[in-house]
Ligand binder design. Structure first.
Ligand SMILES: [Zn+2]
Length: 176
């Protein structure tokens, strides 16, 4: 009986270790582009200035790192070609070309535009590294990035729609 319990426990521990190792290995697949957040941002405003500029909901997400309710953003259903900008400063951060249906209830992308974001590791949650995503220019909190996304990057940028504004692309040939 004792042996049986001990064996079960050992198997459980081995399984747990395997999952942790898997998490670490997957964590290692982050690209070098995901550098740690610097701290100083090009656009710096006081809390009062941000409150004047943003809606209360935008302020909570961008400046206080809140997360919007799943399925609440109209951007979940946005499928037109275009650019998604930081709602705080207008910096283009994501392209419709990398948007995908993640089924999570938040607008999701498999890549950010070049030099548009900064990231900050936030620890491990459910064996997956959770990393904060901030706007490179104003430091606004946009969402999180996970490494369970689709190819080619296998990243999943899980964004708060309220932290983004969508700008539809102009028709390539306006004469038609
Ligand atoms: Zn910004």
């Amino acid at each position: 009986m004792l042996v049986s319990v001990s064996t079960t426990r050992r198997v459980f521990l081995l399984a747990a270790t395997g999952l942790v190792l898997l998490g670490l290995r997957r964590g290692g697949s982050f690209r070098p582009a995901l550098a740690t957040e610097g701290g100083n941002f090009e656009i710096a405003k006081t809390e009062a200035e941000w409150r004047r500029l943003l809606t209360p909901q935008q302020f909570e997400v961008l400046r206080e790192e809140d997360t919007e309710r799943a399925w609440s953003s109209p951007l979940n259903k946005e499928h037109r070609p275009g650019v998604y900008r930081c709602a705080g400063c207008g910096l283009p951060t994501f392209s419709s070309e990398t948007k995908f249906e993640s089924g999570t209830g938040w607008p999701s992308f498999w890549a950010a535009l070049d030099d548009s974001i900064r990231t900050k590791p936030e620890g491990i949650e459910y064996f997956y590294p959770r990393t904060e995503v901030h706007c490179r220019r104003c430091g606004g909190h946009l969402g999180h990035v996970f490494n369970d996304g689709p190819p080619p990057t296998h990243l999943r940028y899980c964004m708060n729609g309220v932290a983004l504004t969508f700008e539809p692309a102009r028709a390539a040939s306006s004469g038609n």
